[in-house]
Design a protein around this ligand. Sequence first.
Ligand code: SAM
Length: 215
Amino acid sequence: MSETNDRQWRWDAEYWDELYLSRDSVWSGRPNRVLVEETAGLEPGRALDVGAGEGADAVWLARQGWKVTAADVSRVALDRAAGHAAAAGGGIAGAIDWWRVDLLETAPDPAGYDLVSAFFFHLEPGPRAEVLERLAAAVAPGGTLLFVGHDPAQVEQVEGDRPPLEMFFTAEEIAAGLDPAAWEVVTAEKRPRPPAAGGAGHAHTADVVLRARRR
Ligand SMILES: C[S@@+](CC[C@H](N)C(=O)[O-])C[C@H]1O[C@@H](n2cnc3c(N)ncnc32)[C@H](O)[C@@H]1O
């Protein structure tokens, strides 16, 4: 499976729980810049944050007035995220539901959300297509799908131990999975990101960004 070595890359609940248990914080603790940029003009409603991790995006969305469902397969991550939400005060915690779920197995409510955001939710191509279909179905008419990943061209340059390249996608590949009759693609691009201080994702210097609006 891997192009770089024979190691089995299995990103299941056990993998994620172990990663989160290995450090007090894995990510930067700040909301993803693209989330802030792309949701700036949206009317807050119901949001599903897919692979919410330590909750920085969910907390930020709640602060903007969204009613958030933060979904993640890792109980450790969700407990930590809930702690951050409680510490944020201001009723933030009350605006977020924490949903422990394997989204490879369980679909969110169809048309249940005005925003479905997935940041760095990297899966193999088959499961990715299935999950994308279910996430797209979870967006209500008029709502937004925001699907963001690490730039595969940059990942390809990494020497040595790295996940298989097929787990990374371009914005165009995600856009191609959406029916043009049902979706208006607003943004499909690679976007440079400034080097972040701290967090496991700090070495990545570009995001691929797909934003689409359900007709
Ligand atoms: C790379 S992290 C990104 C975390 C967060 N979105 C961020 O940008 O900081 C991917 C997250 O997806 C979660 N995840 C992976 N596979 C999942 C699945 N099948 N169902 C639900 N969550 C999953 C992991 O536990 C992890 O927290």
